[in-house]
Design a protein around this ligand. Sequence first.
Ligand code: ADP
Length: 498
Amino acid sequence: MSRIIEKMYVDGQWVESQSGEVRELVNPATEEYLASVTEGTIEDTKSAIEAARRAFDEDDWAFSKARERAALLLKAADLLEQKIDEISLLETLNNGKPLRESSYDVSDAVDQLRYYAGIATKPHGQTFDVPDEMTSSVVREPIGVVGQIIPWNYPLVMAVQKIAPAIAAGCTLVIKPAEQTPLTLIRFFEILDQVGFPKGVVNLVLGSGKTVGAELARNELVDKIAFTGGTETGRAIMISAAQTIKKVGLELGGKSPNIVFADADFETAVDYALYAIYANQGQVCSAGSRLLLEETIYDKFVEELVARAEQIEVGDGTSPTTEMGPLISETQMNRVLHYIELGKSEGATLLCGGKRLDRNGYFIEPTIFTHTTPNMRIVQEEIFGPMLVIQTFKTEEEAIRLANGTKYGLAGAVFTSDVAKAHRVIRKLRAGITWINTYHPTYNEAPWGGYKQSGIGRELGTFGLEAYLEVKQINVNLQVEPTHWFKKRQPKTNETVS
Ligand code: ADP
């Protein structure tokens, strides 16, 4: 039986790669064949970038009207909303995450489209009261052609949170999904095609990071590169982007602390400690992968935490009772298993989990390590899997010191019933996304991004729109007459003018 080969979307056309290469995808819950997609090359990427450049510079998308762009985004939102069930199921088949998480993600993407449709038409200029007879003002203009590189942990929603503000701003774009998870973004591009964007405004190139991704970061026709993924890849992209002084937006890794004081609501803190690390199998850049426990509640907390972790129903995400799915790939599973072995060899104590499930699919048990020291690699490095490490503290100062004790600064939470203490601790966390008495909820209205080596810039909210806009000052003279800064002299009479 001949297999359908999913195509890329370049300059308003569905195309196969110029190389003819094909990538086969498997369902991570079954290891069975899922789909075939065309494998884009550097040449395909260049064609897409050139189309985006032409759409921006010559076809006048740069001067399209905010209302028109808002209408396109709203139409895309409506069409995506009609397909929530179908696209959520596809997300689960491709990525593995449980259906309840996929459908949340797709609904969130719908909301992002509507949010940025709304904001596109809102005022974002400024005027200044200046000392001369001038009006001085600022307008914001689209950055131009943007390259967008997406990870595999939130394949659709992370893509839409880059596409929607770029379109609202008036940019044109070339987007690359992770090679493992292109399917929902391909379906979304079918929607964008149906919505009727002018040719070249939105382009989808499939393929590897080392070819397609690297070309987006390098190509001088691209004005900005927006990337979500690991810190090492982010560093490589930034180095490459530096050659052409591209704007960069980087949403990178984390090793985020979840701090629980003895006076916290016990049930709530246990509940969120589980959610912080095991949602999306721990493949979340903002995961609460370090649990910092006040020593006096350590025994009681750990006993309940382990009991609850062992009850988590791990399985195929398409089953309605599944609470945690498989990891994305064999590579990622082996990476996590490697860290589990490393934790043991570093001298930490394995409290629960630690093994692959004895079945097909890339499943790993919810895993917890304790008796760690701050310099262990399992405490310092991002693992991106269902593996929690516990640290303990005696005082508020020690909690803050441990919390800030990694190179990352993406997220962090504190659980306590002391309001003042909660605020003191949050203010001292060097992190961009924080919570008090909760973990993980964030909103499209609020900025997303990290301190330190967790990234550069912010996505979402008004900050996310700014990330796709340039700032231009315009000064208009209200007294149109010479300044005579340089004197006007009569030409010398003995000189002949030829
Ligand atoms: P992982 O290693 O877990 O796949 P990455 O952060 O490397 O995570 O991948 C996130 C995204 O970055 C993917 O779309 C991937 O293809 C892309 N990518 C990987 N390497 C590069 C690179 N050198 N340049 C540009 N993009 C890359």
